[in-house]
Design a binder for this molecule. Structure first.
Ligand code: ADP
Length: 448
């Protein structure tokens, strides 16, 4: 989908604190330009005259002081809204800036004079139902922090979105550049040269938290531990703090997951978006805490529900970007490599579908939810995305789930005709697959 020069151009004039909301289909494209004034997309300023390409996106162009925009191509939905929660979002950012300013620039520890890990900036967790605007607010807070010279850590606990690197994972990475208006968050794992940096990333393998809450809890605890270890060594990162996006947990049965993440990630501000009961419950839970403040912010009227098909296409785009880069204008090609079945060690999380009654006495159903079993490669693996563990295949596989994911490969072909069965893998890095464990996930990828 490309914008043709013959496509119609429309001009929109926005007054101060208005936003232009647009939805563009996956098979359509538009070009947006800022003609005059100032404007931002989820906290990232637009450059005057720059062409921004949108396709398969729902977004808002907000202006604090008024602007004129030019749009070329066909939007699915396009309108100007005067009522937005942006002022309250900016307020929150101001509070976070204050907290950062309260942490001294130089690490001081009165007793030893060395770095103190006890003082840290705002660790903000955004909670609420799916499609409440959590990820959008995360982008706004990250971009505003970046524009003030901070490099906060973005923590993504939503395995469906996979916003840092890949769906089916929980991950964390520092914000090293502004989150581009055209891009979804996934591109933060790629630096400007298209290299994949290594974020902290753990393999979950399912899109929904409810699919395996036990494993999810284990992985978020592990991620939190790694985040804390990283922050302990970097005073400025501690000062900048963390912005934590979550995956639509609102069922009280899963509050323990939220509570554990809040404790483990040393969260001091919980922001509830668009859910009264969740807000009230969280307030009760932390009324006496003294360290955790719970605040409620309005959901933007612009937030749109994404249906299954849209989500799936977003996931496919994220996967594609991992292998081909984020710029359609400057794609790089992934590397293809052959791996023989005999050299592969693929594992998957053991099926937890067995009802408790079907298990041997004494074996709790929960046990199997975090256990991995070896998997014979088979033709069903075609189109799968496999996580490449950072654990060396000579090491004990019991640590597999708790080890960082080093990268991902895509199974593009299988050949079982010859005696030496083999598969063709795509990877963003060249060379033979190192002797690593691979983890199977529910996600696969096909060109659409
Ligand atoms: P959540 O993270 O809570 O599931 P998102 O922040 O991902 O919600 O928002 C859902 C969808 O709505 C996304 O596609 C996002 O780009 C879009 N969106 C969010 N805020 C706005 C807005 N003000 N105007 C238009 N679209 C928006």
């Amino acid at each position: 989908s490309q914008v043709k020069p013959s496509d119609q151009t429309k001009t929109w004039a926005l007054e101060a604190e208005q936003e232009f909301r647009l939805e563009v289909d996956f098979n359509a494209a538009v070009i947006l330009r800022l003609v005059s004034g100032t404007a931002e997309v989820f906290g990232a300023e637009l450059g005057a005259g720059t062409s921004y390409h949108f396709s398969g996106q729902k977004a808002a162009v907000f202006t604090w002081h008024g602007c004129t925009l030019e749009i070329q191509g066909q939007c699915n939905v396009e309108y100007v809204a005067g009522e937005t929660p942006m002022a309250s979002y900016l307020n929150l950012h101001t509070v976070l800036e204050q907290q950062r300013a309260n942490v001294p620039l130089l690490p001081t520890d009165s007793s030893t004079g060395s770095s103190s890990a006890t003082s840290f900036g705002p660790n903000v967790m955004l909670i609420g139902p799916t499609d409440a605007g959590k990820t959008s607010l995360a982008k706004i807070l990250l971009n505003y922090a970046y524009r003030h010279g901070h490099r906060p850590l973005f923590v993504n606990l939503d395995p469906a979105e996979g916003s840092i690197v890949m769906p089916g994972t929980v991950s964390a990475a520092p914000i090293e550049h502004i989150i581009d208006p055209e891009d979804e968050l996934d591109s933060i794992s790629l630096d400007k040269t298209g290299q994949v940096s290594t974020p902290l990333c753990y393999h979950y393998g399912f899109p929904a938290i409810t699919e395996n809450p036990k494993l999810y809890g284990l992985l978020t605890a592990k991620l939190a531990q790694s985040v804390q270890a990283r922050l302990a060594q970097n005073h400025m990162a501690r000062r900048a703090g963390c912005i934590i996006d979550t995956g639509g947990v609102i069922d009280p049965a899963h509050y323990d997951l939220l509570r554990d993440c809040i404790t483990d990630l040393k969260v001091n501000i919980v922001v509830v978006l668009g859910h009264e009961r969740l807000y009230s419950d969280m307030q009760k839970m932390y009324a006496q805490s003294g360290t955790v403040t719970v605040v409620k912010l309005a959901k933007s009227g612009g937030v749109v529900n994404r249906d299954k098909d849209f989500m799936r296409r977003c996931q496919l785009r994220t996967i594609r970007k991992y292998f081909y880069g984020s710029s359609p204008q400057a794609e790089y090609s992934p590397f293809s490599t052959i791996a023989y079945y005999q050299d592969l060690k693929i594992y998957r999380v053991e099926d937890s579908i067995a009802p408790t009654s079907a298990l041997p006495i004494g074996l709790d159903r929960k046990v199997s939810e975090t256990r991995i079993v070896p998997m014979e490669p088979n033709l069903g693996l075609i189109h799968s995305i496999l996580s490449v563990s950072s654990l060396d295949a000579t090491e004990d596989e019991s640590q597999l789930l708790e080890s960082n994911v080093a990268g991902f490969v895509y199974v593009s072909a299988l050949d079982e005709k010859k005696a030496k069965k083999k598969m063709t893998l795509l990877a963003p890095f060249p060379g033979r697959l190192p002797r690593k464990y691979l983890l199977y996930s529910m996600f696969n990828w096909m060109e659409m």
